[in-house]
Design a protein around this ligand. Structure first.
Ligand SMILES: NC(=O)c1ccc[n+]([C@@H]2O[C@H](COP(=O)([O-])OP(=O)(O)OC[C@H]3O[C@@H](n4cnc5c(N)ncnc54)[C@H](O)[C@@H]3O)[C@@H](O)[C@H]2O)c1
Length: 435
């Protein structure tokens, strides 16, 4: 995959009232998709959403109930096509009878993860059943969506789906050891990845994070035939350049186990592009979201945005405004300079250089790296007055807004199936006035 960062701000897009923005995935308070939805609202576009549906107590997947739908539509500010678009197969009974993967995991004991064996025939049949269900629901979704799109209107479809961890209680302690473990507690990600459990996670990630994109592009082919300009964008992750030692430097969160699924997402966009579908995966910077508590350390790369804003906007009031908002969150006695210094100490640590290589991404964790990353994360979060609303949350809001605007504009006349959005262009977006 060639490295294709977006270096220049794209011109303002031509989306207008009557055009439709479709969110493929649910919209959460801190989610990335809020940025592009806000842009669409500003442009007067009609917003249409999706749902993953809900699971009843007996495990059956269903559409949203009327109250759930009303609430979801109110928070989206648009209509939701109420067809359950949950992807994956962890709760899917094996085709022809058999346990779901989560049923199989009921037998997992905390210490046994390495020797635990899955019935792969049953897993494969669950995976196929899950894929068929998703395809069926995607087709129904696409038919209903078509009815919501006025003839000739332009459509921007925004893929935000990611996930696929098996929803089994027995897996939670292992997840904690992989993503937050140090010393004896750490399970190195390569060891997990080689196990049956790791292979199940990988398959789940692929179904949810990349196959959904392929399947939704296929399901919406009839829409492309009758609408105006139809564009697809998706949120990728493939590391991000941030300022380290005064230079924009590529780095990545480790262990990013969804990385292989994100690579498949990039390939899916490339394949669709080669068939004439205009779609772009935007490899987006790290943010602080609902799942950040599990992936502690991902947010360390957000702090250098403060330096990027100063670098890109010396004459702009924006860096000072963002800093003032951040300073309001800092605990007494701490400074933003201390944040920058501590983040840099981790991001520049020479012993972690082998993990900062784009060509060998995604990297597996090492004990030294986990120790260094989690210590940096904890020390940085402790510099904020309220750990639930830390400085990185404010920076994250800025990133979400800028990325939304960049994707919204770039999608109008896309130039490649994959584009990295690094701190340089994100900061430049933030300091460059409006229109
Ligand atoms: N948070 C980050 O640091 C970061 C960085 C780069 C890219 N991204 C990407 O941005 C996108 C949005 O993530 P976010 O961080 O805003 O979190 P989020 O939790 O707000 O979004 C996750 C999305 O995935 C959907 N989803 C979850 N499980 C699903 C399933 N089984 N089937 C179908 N859909 C499912 C949810 O409905 C939601 O729309 C994701 O693709 C994520 O990988 C996030």
């Amino acid at each position: 995959m060639p490295y294709t960062p977006l270096r220049d701000l794209p011109p303002k897009a031509g989306w207008r009232p009557g055009d439709v923005l479709v969110v493929l995935g649910e919209l959460f308070g801190r989610g990335y998709a809020n940025g592009i939805v806000d842009e669409a609202r500003r442009a007067g576009m009609t917003i249409v959403g999706a749902t993953v549906g809900r699971r009843d107590a007996d495990g059956a997947l269903r559409a949203l109930a009327p109250e759930e739908l009303a609430q979801a539509e109110a928070s989206l500010g648009g209509r939701i096509v109420n067809v359950p678009l949950e992807a994956g197969f962890d709760l899917e009974p094996a085709d022809g009878g058999g346990p779901t993967p989560v049923d199989q995991l009921k037998g997992l004991k905390a210490g046994d993860w390495e020797s635990f064996r899955l019935d792969w025939d049953a897993v494969t049949r669950s995976r196929e059943a899950g894929a068929r269900r998703f395809d069926r629901n995607a087709a129904t979704f696409a038919e209903e969506l078509e009815r919501a799109v006025p003839k000739g209107a332009n459509v921007l479809l925004v893929h935000t789906m990611a996930g696929g961890f098996p929803r089994a209680r027995s897996v939670m302690p292992l997840m904690t050891r992989v993503f937050r473990g140090t010393g004896e507690k750490l399970v190195p990600s390569a060891a997990l990845w080689g196990s049956d459990l790791g292979k199940l996670w990988a398959a789940g990630f692929e179904e949810v994070t990349s196959r959904t994109f392929q399947r939704l592009v296929a399901a919406t082919a009839p829409l492309r035939a009758r609408a105006g300009r139809v564009r697809y964008v998706a949120y990728g992750y493939h590391g991000c350049e941030v300022l380290v030692g005064g230079r924009y430097t590529w780095q990545s969160y480790v262990p990013y186990l969804q990385g292989w699924a994100k690579l498949a997402l990039e390939r899916a966009a490339e394949d669709a592009w080669n068939e004439g579908v205009r779609c772009t995966v935007f490899d987006a910077p790290e943010t602080w979201t609902n799942s950040s508590a599990l992936f502690l350390g991902v947010e360390v790369a957000l702090y250098p945005l403060l330096a990027a804003l100063r670098r890109e906007g010396p004459g702009s009031p924006v860096p000072a405004e963002v800093e003032a908002r951040c300073r309001a969150l800092v605990r007494e006695g701490a400074t933003l300079e201390a944040h920058l210094e501590r983040a840099e100490r981790y991001l520049a640590a020479p012993e972690l250089t082998p993990l900062r290589e784009l060509a060998t991404w995604p990297q597996h964790s090492t004990p030294e790296q986990m120790e260094a990353m989690l210590a940096a994360s904890a020390e940085l979060l402790a510099l904020s007055a309220d750990p639930r609303n830390p400085v990185c949350a404010e920076l994250s809001r800025a990133v979400v807004a800028a990325v939304g605007r960049l994707m919204f504009d770039a999608a109008w006349e896309p130039s490649a199936p994959v584009r990295w959005l690094n701190h340089d262009v994100v900061a430049r977006r933030l300091v460059t006035p409006g229109a």
